[in-house]
Design a protein around this ligand. Structure first.
Ligand SMILES: [Fe+2]
Length: 123
C-alpha cells in the first residue's frame, strides 16, 4: 500500500539536533529560518552483523533559508543547530515516517537499532 506524502516543519532549538538516522524513503529538506548543519554519514561495514554499524562522516552541509538537502532511502544523516536562534525547515517525505522501518545509529558505540515508531492520532 502506498502511504501518503509527509509534509512537516521542524524547529531545532540552539544546541539541539538529532542523532544519525536513515529514512527508508526519499525526502527533501528546505531551510526556512536559521542555519542547520546536516552531517552526511558513510557506512563502512556491509550491514551483515545485526546491531553493528561502522560509520564515518562523509561531509557536512549547512542548510539555511532557501537551501535544500535531499535524501535517498538508505542515506544516513544527523542534524545540529549550532547557531544562537531556533531553526525552521520544511520536510517532504515520500512516505509517512510512521510507516517506514527507519534506523538510528550511534557512531561512537558502532551500533544501529530501529527508530521508535512515530504515532499519529486523530484529533
Ligand atoms: Fe532526517
Amino acid at each position: 500500500m502506498t502511504r501518503p506524502l509527509l509534509v512537516e516543519v521542524i524547529a531545532w532549538l540552539p544546541g539541539r539536533g538529532v542523532k544519525p538516522h536513515d529514512h527508508q524513503t526519499w525526502g527533501i529538506v528546505v531551510g526556512l529560518d536559521g542555519e542547520e548543519t546536516n552531517i552526511n554519514w558513510l557506512r563502512r561495514d556491509d550491514g551483515s552483523k545485526p546491531g553493528f554499524a561502522d560509520l564515518t562522516i562523509g561531509h557536512e552541509v549547512n542548510v539555511g533559508p532557501g537551501d535544500t538537502a535531499v535524501f535517498m532511502p538508505n542515506d544516513i544523516h544527523s542534524v545540529r543547530n549550532d547557531g544562537e536562534t531556533t531553526t525552521l525547515s520544511l520536510h517532504v517525505y515520500r512516505k509517512s515516517l510512521a510507516h517506514t522501518d527507519r534506523s538510528e545509529f550511534d557512531p561512537d558505540q558502532k551500533t544501529v537499532k530501529p527508530c521508535p515508531k512515530r504515532e499519529r492520532k486523530a484529533a
